[in-house]
Design a protein around this ligand. Sequence first.
Ligand code: NDP
Length: 281
Amino acid sequence: MAILLDGKAMAAQLMADLQGRMDALRAQGISVGLAVVLVGDDPASQVYVRNKAKACQELGIYSETIRLPQETTQQELEALIDRLNQDDRFDGILVQLPLPRHLNEAAALRRILAEKDVDGFHIENAGKLFTGQNGVVACTPKGILHMLKAANVPLSGKEAVVIGRSNIVGKPVAMLLLNENCTVTLCHSRTADLAAHTRRADILVAAVGRPRFVTADMVKPGAAVVDVGINRVDGKVVGDVDFEAVERVAGYISPVPGGVGKMTIGMLMENTIEAAERKAR
Ligand code: NDP
């Protein structure tokens, strides 16, 4: 049976560590703030935003959620971002994605000051990751790497296969694994013979968005399997990996729920605290 990459326990440990960093900032009279912008009424986004506010509260981070109506214009959204950029109470600004379709996501993300971009989606931060410079790293990929390292999964020289090439998960996690000296293969919907790739993987990251897409026959015995997927099936949340079957083959496996999702919020908290620490320096 595979070792569980327990996101819940790892996130609890991370939150305890972050509490120590918050205490150190407080001792210097520094407060930390996060602004979350939510446009429209997407039900999943409402849940994510609520969980982010709850994590802020737990750590004593000042947070405000600014809710804008579905019909908000690009100009109105960018004017709000400009105000938040100037507002010293906020070390971090997060625009909850997806935005309503009439809005330009890339332009909105670019508008956030790179140093306040705690999601790591700003083109400057993405560019820094791709060129090996220090910048803000996107929360989900950062959380995935944190999980692998916390479980002491060997990375250097290993074969890593990522299924999914999105800007928010697939591409950045591939870069992080490359920086750890993995040999990385990025797969996507046009990949020919996907299973031939996944079966070579010592580390397999599934960020597809299809329920139970990765089956046991696609997994190399002993591999570390990280399931990023969040899919709703009959009112239940399931991942991209067929957990029951794959846990018998894999060496390590992250569950859904209780895996990567838990780490993502922890990493957002870390990025926000890091932004405040940077400002203090
Ligand atoms: P996207 O929809 O942006 O990307 C999905 C990727 O999967 C694409 O690159 C797509 O390929 C690829 N894909 C789709 N079908 C196949 C297939 N049959 N074979 C191989 N590849 C395929 O999703 P995201 O990256 O945003 O998210 C992925 C999943 O992770 C979702 O379930 C999402 O909800 C979840 N998620 C979870 C987070 C967390 O905190 N746990 C955070 C962010 C996302 P192509 O590019 O060719 O279309």
